[in-house]
Structures are given as structure tokens and as C-alpha cells.
Design a protein around this ligand. Sequence first.
Ligand code: NAD
Length: 500
Amino acid sequence: MSNPRTRADWQAMADGLELRTRAFIDGQYVDAADGRTFDCTSPIDGRVLGQVARAGQADVERAVRAARRSFEAGHWSRAKPVKRKKTLQKLVQLIEQHADELALLETLDMGKPIDDARNVDIAATIRCFGWTAEALDKVYGEVAPTGEDELGLVTREPLGVVAAIVPWNFPLLMAAWKLAPALATGNSVVIKPSEKSPLSVLRLAELVAEAGIPEGVFNVLPGFGQEAGEALALHMDVDGLVFTGSTAVGKRLLQCAGLSNMKRAYMECGGKSPNIVFADAPDLAKAAEAAAMGIFYNQGEVCTAASRLLVERSIKDEFVARVVEAGRKMQPRHPLEPGAPMGALVDETQTRRVLDYIAKGQAEGAKLALGGNRIAPVDGGCYVEPTVFDDVRPEHTISREEIFGPVLSVIPFDDEAQALKIANDTEYGLAAGVWTANLSRAHRVARGLRAGSVWVNYWDGGDMTAPFGGYKQSGNGRDKSLHAFDKYTEVKATWINLAD
Ligand code: NAD
């Protein structure tokens, strides 16, 4: 099906899809060494899409060995930057050609609306690889400021074998944030997609091979965190470990790095981001739409979800009414339906987790202003209504813990100092927003917020030109921009004696 436009078009394309369900090691799709598989289930309707290889210790050994061998061979690691650039640009073309298929895999696998998968996930994946490929031959080394009898060169070298462990909320895009800079700088990679969403990264493997990236440079191990994931994290021949996922797992992976070979370890983790609306916000209608979008987009399964809405008390009731109105229009629909504002949550476990938090919010005394229920726009699927809690207190569980679902906590405040105090009263520090027409206040509050990204008078700005990452327990290191290269390279100082 070329150029699918309707739900029937997408469904027809889904019916004809050939899934890649085996691991990809050393340039080949292969079964797990012990032949084990797991069910890949669609949250759209609970249907099993296929059986995916369940990688274990033996597969980790095979993949790391292939990655090491390819790295030492140098066909990629020591290739001229311009060659790596052209190969990655070819990969970009292939992703563009298969954009509809990749988008469909995301939607079937984890339930997001097809328009979002196509226009956000895959579009941003293309930009990520394209921008990084274009940048890679424009990064220079340094010459140290020495006296005339010596020369000090500062150069960057690839780490070697990089293991990447990624989540399910933007499966291909979160993978791209790691893969693009890792490959651009000459590393060999073993990636483990989430067991909840392995299909798009497995499909990417074939495109990587077709683009001409040598065998062994790119390996995919589908499987579970405590099996394939932990074996990678503990492996003595993995040089770098990059992760996006929950803070609890990120902490465990930092331990694994320390318990094994002190591999370079960078964690992008969770968030509980505050969105602060002052009474002097330039456009309250726009701010309310953005507040709703900030929490309900992608079913709330976004690390930067605007999950805590801090509103100045004088406008709180009026503002909450607007947010509730905007949220009401975002009811989940069949994810293959073009224009669906929300789709399915990723699986039953996540659905139960979200519903448990909603029950806890009510039990602790927050006021339910919208939603709160599981619904069934598609039989057998995982759907929860957009949900808004009003009059939440900072100590309530729903305002402290990351829910990762469509649940908003509204917290009133009385002045700027109190807003900042509540905003920063969290173990997380991924993102924050501030809405005000007062320029000095905007800068003052932005400066006071302990978060890796701050948005003034909008939510979720950013592109490949700026770094992304967290303060505090939202993680360390940065994805995107030239800063991302720091995670995948060692810096070497070479001193040359010019005196004799
Ligand atoms: P998760 O931590 O449960 O899993 C992430 C990945 O880690 C998966 O591939 C999983 O299989 C693997 N894993 C789990 N346990 C492991 C272990 N013991 N050892 C090795 N690997 C293990 O997270 P998730 O549920 O997939 O994703 C949701 C989380 O990701 C949220 O907390 C969200 O905020 C975070 N996230 C952060 C960002 C960011 O850029 N900061 C982006 C997207 C998602």
C-alpha cells in the first residue's frame, strides 16, 4: 500500500506486513541460541503480532564478539568520516522510503496514533540521523597552547563496543538518539529494544545492512531487561552503556558498570515535569491547550510529560476549566484512525499501573475533574481516558511519582517563590515550563528551575541543534546536538617533543 490515508488503508498494509522477529547479529537475522521466543502483543486489541527471539547470555556473547571483531577490523571505526557520513545519509534515504512501514510498526507494537508515529517519531528519526551524519565531518580536534618545543594534540576516538538499552514510548526515535552519534563516531553497537516494542528496531537492522554499514557494526538483541539487558550492562568487553528508561533501572545500570569494567555509562531517565502558569501568561487559551497536549500527547507516555500543572491561584479555576475542555476533546480512538488524538497505552501492565495511580489520587483526596476510567474504543485494547486531578497537594503520591500515563495533577500556588519551591521539590529534573508575559520573571524562573530543558510560553520546544537530558535523578549526559558526541568518544592527548 503506497501513501496510506485511511484506517482501512493502514489496516490493509498491516495485514500484508512481514515482521522481522529474529535477533540481528553479525549481519544476519538469527534465532536466539536456545531457541526461546516471547509473544509480541498489540495493545490496540490484545492480538499477538508474532513470536520474537528472546535473547539471552549466549546471544549477548555472540553479539558483543561480532561488535568487537568489526570494531577491530576498522572498516567502520577507522573509515574516513566522509565515508561514514555518506553511508549514514544512505540510511536516511532508506528510512524515508520505508517511513510508512516503520510508523505502522510503532503503532501496532505500542499503540500510539498513526499520525504521531508518522509525523513525529519517524520524521524526527530521519532528522536525527540526517543532522548527525551531516555534522560528523565537521568536528575538529584541538591543538594545545604549548611552547615552541612541543606539540599537544587533542583528538577524539570512538569508545569501541557500545551497548544501548532503550524504552518503548518512542521506540525508533529513542534508539536513533543513541545510534546516530554512536555510529557517526565509529563505534560498533549492540542495541536492546524494549521487550514491549522490538519491531521497528529489528526492521531498521535490514536497512542498516542495505545502507552499507559493515557486518557486526550494528546488532540487535530483542529480549528482556533482566536477561539480555543486564548481561550487556555487566559485560567486560562492552566499553560504553547508554540507556533511556526509568530511573530505577538507570540506577541499576550504573551499578552494573561499576561492578564490571567501569564502562562509560550514561542514563536518560524519568521525569515529573512542572508546568508553571502565572496569571500574567500572554495567552491563557493557548497555555491551556498546551498544558493538555503536554500531558495527553502519546497517552502521557512521555519522559517530559507536563504532569504537574502549577497554576497561580487567582486564575486557577478558570484555567482548569479550559484544560478540562481541551482534554475532553482528546479521547482515545483506534490508533490506526488518522487524526486520533490519543491511542492505546503500551500494555496491560502499564494500564493497571495508571489506573492504580488514579485510584490512589482519589483515595488521598485529590479532586477528579476529568476522566479516570478505562474505556474500550477497541475491544481487548488498553485505553484510559484523559484524566485531570484538581487541588492536588505537593505531597500527594500522584504529584511525586512518575505515572507515565494520561493523568494530570493541578497544584495551585500563591507567588513566584512558592511556585519555584514546589516545582523543584522533586527527585527529577528533566523539563519544566513557565508561562508569563513578564520578561524578567521568565528569565528569573527559568534560571531557578533545576531541569535540563526549560520552555518559556510553550511546551516541548527543541530540535537536533540543542542538547537534551536531565538534572538530578533524570539522568546524566546529553542526547542530541554535538554534545551527544561526548558520550561516544574518548578524548586523547598526544604530546610530541619538538626539541630534538
Ligand atoms: P524501563 O526502565 O522499564 O525499561 C527500559 C529498558 O531497560 C527496556 O529495554 C528494558 O528491557 C530494559 N531493562 C529493564 N530492566 C533492566 C535491567 N535490570 N537491566 C538491564 N536492562 C533493563 O523503562 P520503560 O518502561 O521502557 O520506559 C519508561 C521510562 O523511560 C520512563 O521512566 C520514562 O520517563 C523514561 N524515558 C526517559 C526518556 C529520557 O530521554 N529521559 C525518554 C523516554 C523515556
